[in-house]
Design a protein around this ligand. Structure first.
Ligand code: PEP
Ligand code: MG
Length: 871
C-alpha cells in the first residue's frame, strides 16, 4: 500500500505483518496530504478523532498514554512519500516530552541523564524542523555551556547540566519566536504533522521532485510511532545497515552503529560509528567493538531479520534499527540506494541465486545509470599527489575547480567549467550544486552521511569525511597537507579510494565487469529492436562494436571532414564559384572518403552501415576568421577578398533551414556523385579485404518530397552502374532516406515507393515540428519544462504527443506502400530510454545512438520489449 502509506509506512506495516519487532504506531495517509493542499492547508474533519483513536491504540500496545504526566507515550513523527525524498522533513524524535513528562521518563527509566538529554534533543529537533530555527543556534548554546563546564563530550554532561541547557534552549526559542516552546503534547504533535505536510512543497523537495520526475500530486504520508531508545545506556544502540555493500554490491551485511545513541547521531557523523560485523571491523582495522561482539544476542536476531527481509522484498534492503536495553527494534526497511556498479552486481547475483528472474534483473537496472559504469577512473600509472584521504563514499573519479558553495558550482558550471563541490558537509540545500558538480568532497560525515548517500544516487564520485582538510568559507580557501588551495584551483577526487589529489590527473576508461557482460547478454536475448551506432570515425566505430552495436545507423559524412586539411577541401567545395571549381575540390575529397568508407566497412565487417550524403549546415562549415579565409583562398588560388565576398553571399539567416541536406545534392549533383563513387569503391575494397560482401545503405538527408529523393537516387543508381562497369563487380546496395521534416512524414507513402528504408532524424524533426531552433533553444526551453508546458526537454526525450505522432504517421504510411520497409531512428533520442520505449511501441526495427550509449540502448530496448510483453 505504498501509494497510500508512503514507502516508510508501507514497509513498517509489512514488517509488522511479518512478525518482526516494530514499535507500534500508525500512518496518516498521502490522501490527507492531497486533501491538505486542495483545501487551503486544512485537514479532513474526521482526522482529529482518528488520530486520537490511533494514539490511544498505539499507547495501549506500548503500555503508555500520550500526554500522561506519569506514564507518557513518546512518539517519533516522520515523513514518508511513495518514493524516498531527501528534500523533505525527515524526523522528529521524543515528541511528547515536556517539563512534566521528562520527569516521568527519568523515573521510569531510572536514568535522569538520559531523560533530560532526550528532552533537549527533542527541543532542538522540533525547533529545527517544525519551528524553523537553525541548528547552530542550539549548537552555539551547547558549545559555550561545555566550555563553561570544561566538558568536551556530550557524555560528560549530567542531568543537572542538561536541565541548564534546556532552560537556555527554551529561552532561545522564546526569544526567537516571541512565544514559549510548546508544552502541550497534542500541540506538538499537530505542529509536527503540519510540518511534514508543509515540507512536501518546500523548495528543496520541489527541486528533488523535479530532478527525479516525482509528481507533486503523490503527496507524503506521516508516520507516528512509539519511541524506542538507543540512548538508554551501554546495552542500547542505534544503527543503519545494508544487506549488501551499496558501493560494490558484494553480498555481505554492511553498516554502522553507535552505542548509547539516537538515530541522528549516526547520520550526523560527529561520533565515529562502529562496524556491525566482526569481519568488517577487522577489515577496517577498527579498535572499537563491532555490534557482533558488543551486543551478540541483538546482533544474532538482527542478522536473521536482515536475511529474512532481503528474501521477502527480493532486493537489497537499507535498514534502520535500534537496540533498547538489549532488545532489537526495527525502525525502517526500504530498497537500498546503491551505486550503478552495485546495482548491476546485486541484480545479476540475485538472478543467479534464484532470488529474482533474469527479466527482473533487467527491469531493475536504470539504463541511464549504466552511464556511470562507463565513466573514467584515475589512470593507475598516473602520479598521485595525495593531499588528504577520506571515506570512499561514491566511486568514480573527477577533476575540477574547487568551489565552496552550491551557488558557485552553478555559476561555474554555467560558464562551462568543471567543478568539485567542497563542503564541510552537505545538506539537501546543496542538491542543485551537487547536481552540477563533477564530484563532491566533504570534511565531515560518514558513509551514510547526506553527501555520501546523495552522491551515490547521482552516480558522482564523492569523498566524505576528509577530516584533515580545513575549509574557510569566508576566505574561500582550504588547506590540506600544508598546501593552501583557493577557489578555482584544480583538484581531483578518487571516490573509490577516498583520496583527494592535487591538480588534474590522467583518467582511464573503465573496464566492463563480468556482471555487465552477463546482463547485456540477457538483455540481448530479450530485446526485439536492433541497436546501431551513430559513428563516422574508425575509433567511434570500434568503440561501438565493443559496446555491442549491430551496425552503423548514421554515418554523418560531413563529420568526416572536421580535421586538418580536410576541412579546407570541404570549404573549397562549398565556396567554389562553379562546377569546375567544385569538381576540383571534390577530386581532393574522393580518395579520403573512399579510404574512410573502406575502413568503416572493414571494422563493421558485414554488419549494416548507413552512410548519409553530405548535410552540412553552412554556418558550421564556412570559414570565419581571416586566418581560415586566407587558408582556403590560398588552396583555391583566389584572393582572400574574393573569397570573403563569396562567403558573404552564402551567409544565411537560418542555416538550419537553409542550403543543407539533399538540397546540396539537388543543386550540385557532382557532390552526391563523388560520395556515391567513394561508397561503392570503398565497399568493393572492404569486401575484398574481409571476404564479406558489403551492402551499403545510402541515405538521403532532409527530404521533403519524393521527386527530390528520386533525383538524388538517380545520381546514386547511375554511379552504381558506372562503378560496376569500371570494376566488373556487382554491388548490392540500398537507398533510403532520413525522415526529419514534417512534410516528409505526411508524404511518407509516396516517398516509400522509391525509398527502401526510413531513418527518423528526430533532431531536425523536433526542431521543425516544434519550430524550436536546435541551436537557440537553451535560452527559453528550461522555462517550458519548469512550468510543465513540456514534460521534458524535447531534444532529449521525444515529444511523444507531437513529434511522436509525426513519426507514427510516417511509419504507418511508409509501411502501407512497402510492408517490409526498414524503419530506424538516428536522432539523439535513439539513446534515450524513454524514447526507446516509444520506438518499441511503434515497432521500429532499430535505434541508433552514440557509441557510449549503445549499452544503455541495448538494456532500454530489452526493458521496452518486456514492458510491451506485459501490456
Ligand atoms: C537528425 O536530424 O535527427 C539527425 C540525426 O541528423 P543531424 O543531427 O545530423 O541533423
Ligand atoms: Mg538532421
Amino acid at each position: 500500500m505504498r501509494d497510500l502509506l508512503g514507502g516508510k509506512g508501507a514497509n513498517l506495516a509489512e514488517m509488522a505483518n511479518l512478525g518482526l519487532p516494530v514499535p507500534p504506531g500508525f500512518t496518516i495517509t498521502t490522501e490527507v496530504c492531497t486533501y491538505f493542499y486542495k483545501n487551503g492547508k486544512s485537514y479532513p474533519p474526521e482526522l482529529e478523532a482518528d488520530v486520537n483513536a490511533a494514539l490511544e491504540a498505539t499507547g495501549a500496545i506500548a503500555g503508555h498514554v500520550f500526554g500522561d504526566p506519569v506514564n507518557p507515550l513518546l512518539v517519533s513523527v516522520r515523513s514518508g512519500a511513495r518514493a524516498s525524498m531527501p528534500g523533505m522533513m525527515d524526523t522528529v524524535l521524543n515528541l511528547g516530552l515536556n517539563d512534566v513528562t521528562v520527569e516521568a521518563l527519568a523515573q521510569s527509566s531510572g536514568n535522569a541523564r538520559f531523560a533530560y538529554d532526550s528532552y533537549r534533543r527533542f527541543i532542538q529537533m522540533y525547533s529545527n524542523v517544525v519551528l524553523n530555527i537553525d541548528h547552530h543556534e542550539f549548537e552555539t548554546i551547547l558549545d559555550s555551556f561545555k566550555d563553561r563546564k570544561d566538558a568536551t563530550l556530550d557524555t560528560d554532561l549530567d542531568a543537572a547540566d542538561w536541565k541548564e541547557v534546556i532552560a537556555d534552549y527554551k529561552a532561545k526559542v522564546a526569544e526567537m519566536l516571541a512565544e514559549p516552546f510548546p508544552q502541550d503534547p497534542k500541540a506538538q504533535l499537530w505542529g509536527a504533522i503540519g510540518a511534514v505536510f508543509g515540507s512536501w512543497m518546500n523548495p528543496r523537495a520541489e527541486t528533488y521532485r523535479r530532478l527525479n520526475g516525482i509528481p507533486a500530486s503523490w503527496g507524503t504520508a506521516v508516520n507516528v510511532q512509539a519511541m524506542v531508545f538507543g540512548n538508554m545506556g551501554e546495552t542500547s544502540a542505534t544503527g543503519v545497515a545494508f544487506t549488501r555493500d551499496p558501493s560494490t554490491g558484494e553480498n555481505l551485511l554492511y553498516g554502522e552503529f553507535l552505542i548509547n545513541a539516537q538515530g541522528e547521531d549516526v547520520v550526523a557523523g560527529i561520533r565515529t560509528p562502529q562496524n556491525i560485523t566482526e569481519a568488517a571491523r577487522i577489515a577496517a582495522r577498527s579498535e572499537k567493538p563491532s555490534m557482533e561482539a558488543a551486543l551478540p544476542e541483538a546482533f544474532a536476531e538482527f542478522r536473521r531479520t536482515t536475511a529474512l527481509l532481503e528474501k521477502h522484498y527480493r532486493d537489497m534492503q537499507d535498514i534502520e534499527f535500534t537496540v533498547e536495553n538489549g532488545k532489537l527494534w526495527m525502525l525502517q526497511t526500504r530498497s537500498g540506494k546503491r551505486t550503478s556498479k552495485a546495482s548491476l552486481r546485486i541484480a545479476v547475483e540475485m538472478a543467479n541465486e534464484g532470488l529474482i528472474t533474469r527479466e527482473e534483473a533487467i527491469a531493475r537496472i536504470d539504463p541511464a545509470a549504466l552511464d556511470q559504469l562507463l565513466h573514467p577512473t584515475i589512470d593507475p600509472k598516473a602520479e598521485r599527489k595525495i593531499v588528504a584521504t577520506g571515506l570512499p563514499a561514491s566511486p568514480g573519479a573527477a577533476s575540477g575547480e574547487i568551489v565552496f558553495s552550491s551557488e558557485d558550482a552553478e555559476t561555474a558550471k554555467a560558464a562551462g567549467k568543471a567543478v568539485i563541490l567542497v563542503r564541510i558537509e552537505t545538506s539537501p540545500d546543496d542538491i542543485h550544486g551537487m547536481n552540477v558538480a563533477e564530484g563532491i568532497l566533504t570534511t565531515r560525515g560518514g558513509m551514510t552521511s547526506h553527501a555520501a548517500v546523495v552522491a551515490r544516487g547521482m552516480g558522482k564520485p564523492c569523498v566524505s569525511g576528509a577530516g584533515t582538510i580545513r575549509i574557510d568559507y569566508k576566505t574561500e580557501k582550504m588547506t590540506a597537507a600544508g598546501v593552501e588551495f583557493s577557489k578555482g584551483d584544480i583538484i581531483t577526487i578518487d571516490g573509490a579510494a577516498g583520496q583527494v589529489l592535487q591538480g588534474e590527473i590522467a583518467m582511464q576508461k573503465p573496464e566492463l565487469s563480468g556482471e555487465f557482460q552477463a546482463l547485456m547478454g540477457w538483455a540481448d536475448a530479450i530485446r526485439r529492436m536492433a541497436v546501431r551506432a551513430n559513428a563516422e570515425t574508425p575509433q567511434d566505430a570500434r568503440i561501438a562494436r565493443q559496446f555491442g552495436a549491430e551496425g552503423i545507423g548514421l554515418c554523418r559524412t560531413e563529420h568526416m571532414f572536421f580535421e586538418g586539411d580536410r576541412i579546407i577541401a570541404v570549404r573549397e567545395m562549398i565556396l567554389a564559384d562553379d562546377e569546375a571549381g567544385r569538381r576540383k575540390a571534390l577530386a581532393k575529397l574522393l580518395p579520403m572518403q573512399r579510404s574512410d568508407f573502406a575502413e568503416l566497412f572493414e571494422i563493421m565487417s558485414g554488419l549494416p552501415v548507413t552512410i548519409r550524403l553530405l548535410d552540412p549546415p553552412l554556418h558550421e562549415f564556412l570559414p570565419q576568421s581571416d586566418e581560415e579565409i586566407a587558408e582556403v583562398a590560398a588552396s583555391m588560388g583566389v584572393s582572400a577578398d574574393a573569397l570573403k565576398r563569396r562567403a558573404a553571399e552564402l551567409h544565411e539567416f537560418n542555416p538550419m533551414l537553409g542550403f543543407r541536406g539533399c538540397r546540396l545534392a539537388i543543386a550540385f549533383p557532382e557532390i552526391a556523385e563523388m560520395q556515391a563513387r567513394a561508397i561503392f569503391e570503398g565497399a568493393i575494397a572492404a569486401g575484398k579485404q574481409t571476404g564479406r560482401v558489403v551492402t551499403p545503405e545510402i541515405m538521403v538527408p532532409l527530404v521533403i518530397a519524393k521527386a527530390e529523393f528520386d533525383l538524388v537516387r538517380a545520381t546514386i543508381d547511375q554511379m552504381a552502374q558506372t562503378v560496376a562497369k569500371e570494376t566488373g563487380e556487382t554491388i548490392p546496395y540500398h537507398v533510403g532516406t532520413m525522415i526529419e521534416l514534417p512534410r516528409a512524414c505526411l508524404r511518407a507513402a509516396e516517398i516509400a515507393e522509391t525509398a527502401e528504408f526510413f531513418s527518423f532524424g528526430t533532431n531536425d524533426l523536433t526542431q521543425t515540428g516544434l519550430g524550436i531552433s536546435r541551436d537557440d533553444a537553451a535560452s527559453f526551453l528550461g522555462r517550458y519544462t519548469a512550468k510543465g508546458i513540456l514534460p521534458a526537454d524535447p531534444f532529449v526525450t521525444i515529444d511523444q504527443d507531437g513529434v511522436g505522432e509525426l513519426v507514427e504517421i510516417a511509419a504507418e504510411r511508409g509501411r502501407k506502400t512497402r510492408p517490409d520497409i526498414k524503419l530506424g531512428i538516428c536522432g539523439e533520442h535513439g539513446g534515450d530510454p524513454h524514447s526507446i520505449a516509444f520506438c518499441e511501441k511503434i515497432g521500429l526495427s532499430y535505434v541508433s545512438c552514440s557509441p557510449f550509449r549503445v549499452p544503455i540502448a541495448r538494456l532500454a530496448a530489452a526493458q521496452a520489449a518486456l514492458a510491451k510483453k506485459g501490456d
